[in-house]
Design a protein around this ligand. Structure first.
Ligand SMILES: NC(=O)c1ccc[n+]([C@@H]2O[C@H](COP(=O)([O-])OP(=O)(O)OC[C@H]3O[C@@H](n4cnc5c(N)ncnc54)[C@H](OP(=O)(O)O)[C@@H]3O)[C@@H](O)[C@H]2O)c1
Length: 325
């Protein structure tokens, strides 16, 4: 796999020429300045430590201050598989690589078939189970049904849930009080809402403005930027952490770019693949906490995880990527 070129400077890889290291740091500083100069864009709310070679960055969840690594793992389709070793082995390796790269967040849902149970099985008894940030959803109607479903998710995913999100806002007025009660009781740590549809962004915004929401999971990518207008700023203003779903538009964005060489300005900024560049774009939005690309392939997990160690794209690079698309 290609290695990230970023950054040099005080923590530079041994042997990096000092001048090149300084130039890279200056480019990084210029990039951060350009980002801050954009209207509506503030410095990242997150604690974004200076990127270190190969080390995944973390960002704090605004309400609780918990640092979360910026690349997580989605499990829709990718983890909906049976019990055979041929199906389980690559997913076990995907999880191993996520954690080895410094990642923690795994996102699932009772809607994703066997995915919750597969994640639970693959983590059970492993050291990663202790550090994993386990996120799932409640996707049903009614208080008792919601509680029963969450208890089942908890059992499937290894006995512990960090975050439960109301899936597609289904019966959210019923589920939010339950989630808050579970949080007060220490049974979950964070409360979230999510919807995949662009037509639901307005409702997500209204809820985030009125209610105390720890996490909003929303669609955002270099090709689908509607959340930039109102929802992402609302999350920033209200202190809600943001999980970005569908960073590759279910893989469509990468299929469109397949065979096209990565432009020189992108490799200059540290990306070694289109996947990394697309994730870098998402993570350069100051409201974003973590992106959760789904994959069943270890080499893709490794590729995606490397994006977590890259600096934000400059405003100029963001424009160039949009022009490329
Ligand atoms: N809240 C909601 O309503 C909602 C809705 C949709 C999704 N989600 C969450 O968001 C997650 C991500 O969204 P998504 O699964 O729809 O789509 P996505 O992450 O945008 O794209 C996944 C696709 O990209 C491919 N891929 C991943 N990394 C790659 C790489 N480095 N190079 C080439 N191909 C790569 C995967 O195939 P391979 O397996 O071959 O790598 C897969 O086909 C979901 O899994 C789920 O957890 C939530």
């Amino acid at each position: 796999m290609p290695r990230s070129r970023w950054p040099a400077g005080p923590e530079a890889a041994p042997g990096a020429p000092p001048d090149e290291g300084r130039r890279r740091l200056l480019r990084l500083a210029a990039g951060a300045g350009a980002l801050a100069a954009l209207p509506g864009w503030a410095r990242p709310q997150a604690t974004a430590p200076r990127p270190q070679e190969g080390r995944m960055q973390t960002r704090s969840t605004p309400r609780t201050g918990e640092p979360l690594p910026v690349i997580g793992l989605g499990t829709w389709q990718a983890f909906d598989v049976g019990a055979s070793e041929a199906e389980r082995a690559p997913r076990r390796e995907v999880l191993r690589l996520l954690f080895a790269a410094g990642g923690r967040l795994v996102d699932s849902s009772p809607m994703y078939g066997r995915a919750e149970a597969v994640v639970g099985d693959l983590l059970r008894g492993r050291p990663e189970q202790r550090t994993a940030y386990v996120a799932t959803k409640v996707w049903t109607t009614g208080r008792a049904e919601g509680e029963a479903q969450m208890a089942e998710s908890e059992r499937r995913m290894g006995g512990r849930l960090d975050l439960v999100q109301v899936h597609n806002l289904q019966d959210w007025k019923t589920h939010l009080p339950t989630l808050r009660a579970w949080k007060r009781a220490g049974r979950i740590r964070h409360v979230g809402i999510t919807h995949y549809a662009l037509s639901a962004l307005g409702e997500l915004e209204q809820i985030v403005r009125r209610e105390e929401i720890d996490f909003v999971q929303l669609p955002y990518s270099a090709g689908v930027r509607e959340a930039e207008a109102r929802l992402l700023p609302a999350c920033q203003e209200r202190g809600a952490a943001v999980i970005v779903m569908r960073p590759f538009e279910q893989g469509d964005l990468l299929r469109r770019l397949r065979g096209r060489p990565l432009p020189g300005w992108a490799t200059e900024g540290g990306a070694a693949s289109w996947a990394q560049l697309l994730l870098q774009f998402i993570l350069s939005h100051p409201a974003v906490t973590v992106a959760i690309p789904a994959t069943s392939k270890p080499e893709h997990m490794e590729d995606n995880a490397r994006a977590g160690a890259l600096p934000p794209l400059t405003a100029e690079a963001r424009k160039r990527l949009l022009a490329e698309l």
